[in-house]
Design a protein around this ligand. Sequence first.
Ligand code: ZN
Length: 485
Amino acid sequence: MLASIEALLGWDERTMLPPAAAEYRAEQVAGLSGLIHERRTAPEVGHWLEQLSSGDWAEQASEDERATVRELRRQYQRQVRLPQSLVEELARTSVQGQQVWVEARRTNDFARFRPLLERTLRLKREQAEALGYEECLYDALLEDYEPGARTSQVARILGALRDELRPLVAGLAESAGRPRKEILARSFPVAAQEAFSREAAAAIGFDFQRGRLDVTAHPFCTRLGPDDCRITTRYNERAFAEAFFGTLHESGHGIYEQGLRTDQFGLPPGSAASLGVHESQSRMWENLVGRSRGFWQYFYPAAQRHFPAALSDVSLDEFVFCINGVEPSLIRIEADEATYNLHIIIRFELEQELLNDTLRVGDLPAAWNAKYEANLGIRPADDAHGVLQDIHWSAGLFGYFATYSLGNLFAAQLFEAAERDLGKLEEQFAAGRFDPLREWLTERVYRRGHCLPASQLMESVIGRPISHQQLISHLRRKLGPLYGI
Ligand code: ZN
């Protein structure tokens, strides 16, 4: 309950809070998170978890109870391994790091950010050593975001993905076909965007009786209670795709949260399995559903009604090509479905080198630019459009990026497994039927919470090992005909 109150303070801060109230809000959040940390790491909690893990209780406990004790014990043991002084130093450096990063990015001045990044890396190495690991330092940090995953395994899969994506993207760039990108930059009145986004979110299954959609600067999804899920978006009259696909993306996160068991709210059986699984759901609804031709066979007439000035002279096929255009670009969050993963792989490789100290922070901008050249064939003109673009490293989030690509891989594999059971999904989307897919996911993924490590849960649903192949075939199947290759 305390954690959900903390989430409520966070939601309010990012959607409603007047600027002058920020300072006292920081006090409220610091006080509450201190209280939560104290309760979570109290010695008696460790004692209870030990008692429950051994002896007679475990034998008569229900499956939910056993999963709860197992997972809480894993979290507890990680938390108590970190000395209080290190936890505080990490929190302080994260706040400072983000402040310095904002300025460094604004002034395009990597040198200004460098000392903070060096200090962050020293602390992250210390944290990884304290937590312990099997094969490498990075494993210890990855565990926070993708429990059970190993760096070597993720590196193998993402390496195979990179080797197939590069020629695919290069081939598309050489083809004659080009979408008319200006269409999506025409005037799309904000009120109509909001109405249309809500219609689509409700149609795919976001429940507005148990959730809200509000406006924010950096969209996110959060859950404030068993029946209270908040999603957010931002509107730009000249960028249709930003709000519409952003809303579908957050709706996907929301549909997952709303599909979790309410009777286990706050406990592992009622929680998401991992960040990667969470991202698989946002990407599923945003890309595999929302950018499919079937989806637009159903929704395009409504889109033309909402935006007659922008879309009346645009055919369905032309529109579908527009929203699926592929083009190497410098900024990750603006990247398309295919090149996005190359942005992630670059970060995943660099952050391991940084953590292992095989790459010096001073050499990072040059290494960044060289990787963009090698993977995407383009070079940032400055660090603001290069190494300084993401907030993650400044906040100490090392190990996070990989979960974005894992989410894309899980999504493609889940989609293929769902089609084995349900038949052609695009035909169902074209008829406005999104519930068979949602119910399939609810039963197999959402209702199972976090009782298994994410990779085990995914493999049990998918019925085969995690692989890059389904994502590659999905992209080839969709983009080949659009680009005429
Ligand atoms: Zn997301």
